[in-house]
Design a protein around this ligand. Structure first.
Ligand SMILES: [Zn+2]
Length: 636
């Protein structure tokens, strides 16, 4: 039985990409035009396909979260399982599956998708409403708890799954039709003549804007704009929370920095950018870019992680970036990839892709273990006591699990990671008016068309991020002058670019321009030698410390690499010490645990906690020759 639907001839299907703005400085090279061929991300995408997606499906059957849809479909008043937002995890999994089916045409996965989609849609009411938490027998009324109920948040994730489906197989699909009915219901309920309210957790905003792009139906865009504009007017009853927690304190266009719940802030920002781009609202776009820039400068960890408070999973104030109490939720980093990518496409400013790289290598890659079946929810930069192994057979509490856990009571991060990895090829490159721009460096085959319709095929070979050589072989190229441009990461000094053409330097990028024919090779060399990084002097928590990085990778010292019995709390680095390359991605750095320093291995942060329980530090104190005068006590 063939279950993969025949792609319908639709102009939409050729834009198989996570975000498809109708205008902007850059146009995404669709995920469908980029094949990751192994390497750091290609390998992770395969593990995601082979292990993570089925792992999520299995856990959601086991926990009864999928069966919630069966209960709703049958009008069964039996107790529902999981948290109020559990539906969204099924939707994010459907999105991951849709991207994966689009990538590989996997017929077995298509069968699972169809089955899951059928069970979800069976729970939809005739008027389009779809939730397993509200409106059923014995359940609270629909939209009776917009602050905490996550109804529109869940609807948003269903719509995003449908957008992925529409972009991979076309609009003629049951899930797409179901999501359109949901969107129509939302527009009817919350439109200009409806309830003047918002959801406590943004997500419906980018989802509706993207649905408008897929369907061409402007009502969804107008509704997304309404939701964005309604934020910041105190429409929600915050209860114990602050209005800032739900981004309901300051209107989006008046904000100066992201605040409140970090994931919510990122999702709303993504929606605001989508609305700004589609409506030509430059003021709104500038407002979001301003908040983003301030947040990157003052409220973002070295790893690209965001959100420094466990309380309310929120951003702290400027420079409030403790290592040990870092929350840095995996989903917030994914949200920052969504925002960075949208700003990059809208403005063409290559610096926005730096945060994408930093968050991907140091948070998104950190979350899953090597097998792709257990995950970090929070990503602190220091662990002061050895972690306790997570529960193998039941969901772990979200933040207290100090080791990766197979599943969580709040399990947003595993499914979010799955959908991101499945669509990752869509974040590699874009086209501008003259040629192609490479934003992320990964072994890949790129087969696309430039802005004027001329075909371009490239093969990218690289051992990045351990090796800084990125070799691009031109397989098919236009006969006219064209350009290939590469992001120059902010950490990269002395980048070289070789090839037949004229080298041009731009803001955070380097390009080769010429009539570069097929058969030629272009070589970018990035300096990925290990380096010492000093913290921003405004951050109290890490003053006097250094970190070690190599290329985009943040490194850490893990107790399993320290001398037996050594306490990481006593670790220090001699002034002037330089990290050296060891085997593979391992570095060696002189570290002292007493008087004298000896070379000690550091590993990429994304691999920490893979060798059992340990303590860990990213920031290491510099040895000081200043002694405290006698009689004066040291204070902590
Ligand atoms: Zn999460």
């Amino acid at each position: 039985m063939t279950l993969v639907p025949t792609p319908i001839p639709s102009p939409l299907v050729d834009r198989v990409a996570p975000v498809v703005p109708s205008t902007g400085a850059l146009r995404p090279v669709p995920a469908g035009d980029v094949t990751l061929t192994g390497g750091f991300w290609g390998d992770r995408q395969e593990i995601n396909a082979r292990a993570t997606i089925l792992h999520c499906l299995t856990w959601m059957e086991r926990t009864g979260w999928i069966a919630n849809f069966d209960l709703t479909a049958n009008g069964d008043a039996a107790p529902r399982h999981g948290r109020e937002f559990a539906d969204s995890e099924i939707y994010k999994l459907l999105e991951a599956m849709a991207w994966e089916i689009g990538r590989t045409g996997d017929t077995e996965l298509e069968e699972l998708f169809q089955d899951l989609s059928r069970r979800v849609l069976a729970a939809q009411s005739p008027d389009g409403y779809l939730s397993t938490q509200f409106g059923g027998p014995g359940q609270p009324e629909r939209y009776s708890d917009l602050e905490w109920g996550h109804e529109l948040y869940c609807a948003g994730h269903l719509i995003q799954a449908a957008v992925a489906r529409a972009r991979t197989v076309g609009l003629d699909d049951d899930l797409v039709r179901g999501a359109i009915r949901v969107a129509d219901h939302v527009v009817a309920e919350f439109g200009p003549a409806g309830r003047e309210l918002i959801d406590g957790h943004p997500e419906i905003e980018p989802a509706l804007a993207e649905l408008a792009r897929v369907t061409g139906d402007e009502r969804y865009l107008r509704q997304a704009a309404l939701f964005v504009e309604r934020h910041g007017h105190g429409l929600l009853r915050p209860g114990e929370a602050e209005p800032a927690y739900f981004q309901d304190e300051v209107p989006v266009r008046d904000g100066t920095v992201f605040a409140g719940h970090a994931v919510r802030a990122m999702y709303l920002a993504a929606g605001a950018i989508d609305v700004a781009v589609e409506t030509g609202d430059d003021e709104l776009l500038t407002a979001v870019e301003r908040q983003w820039q301030h947040t990157l400068e003052r409220r973002t960890y070295l790893t690209g992680g965001m959100g420094s408070r466990h309380d309310w999973e929120s951003f702290g104030e400027d420079d409030e970036l403790p290592s040990d109490r870092a929350y840095s939720e995996t989903c917030a980093a994914i949200g920052s990839v969504m925002v960075g990518w949208r700003l990059l496409l809208a403005t063409g400013a290559e610096r926005h892709a730096d945060q994408i790289e930093r968050a991907l290598f140091n948070v998104v890659a950190t979350a899953p273990d090597a097998a792709g079946t257990s995950f970090f929810y929070v990503n602190p930069l220091r662990r002061t006591v050895p972690g306790v192994p997570a529960l193998a057979d039941e969901p772990s509490p979200r933040a207290s699990s100090s080791q990766r856990a197979p599943w969580f009571e709040v399990s947003c991060c595993p499914t979010n990671t799955a959908r991101t990895l499945a669509s990752l090829a869509g974040y590699v490159a874009s086209t501008d008016e003259t040629g192609i721009r490479i934003h992320q460096f990964a072994p890949a085959e790129i087969d696309t068309v430039l802005a004027d319709g001329s075909p371009l095929r490239l093969r990218v070979a690289t051992g990045y991020p351990v090796d800084g050589r990125v070799e691009v072989t031109v397989l098919v190229a236009p006969e006219r002058t064209w350009s290939i441009s590469f992001r120059v990461p902010s950490w990269a000094q002395n980048v070289t670019l070789e090839g037949p053409g004229e080298v041009e330097l731009g803001d955070c990028r380097i390009a080769l321009r010429g009539a570069i024919p097929a058969g030629e090779t272009v070589v970018l060399t990035l300096p990925v030698e290990p380096r010492i990084t000093h913290p921003d002097r405004r951050i109290d928590a890490v003053r006097g410390c250094v970190a070690v990085e190599a290329g985009p990778l943040v490194y850490c010292l893990e107790s399993v690499d320290a001398p037996v019995g050594a306490d990481l709390a006593e670790a220090s680095v001699p002034v002037g010490a330089a990290p050296l390359r060891g085997d593979g991605d391992v570095l060696a750095l002189p570290v002292a645990f007493g008087a004298s320093a000896s070379p000690t291995n550091l590993i990429p942060y994304h691999r920490w906690a893979e060798r059992g329980s340990s303590t860990m530090r990213v920031w290491l104190p510099l040895q000081s020759d200043q002694t405290i005068p006698e009689g004066e006590e040291a204070h902590s």
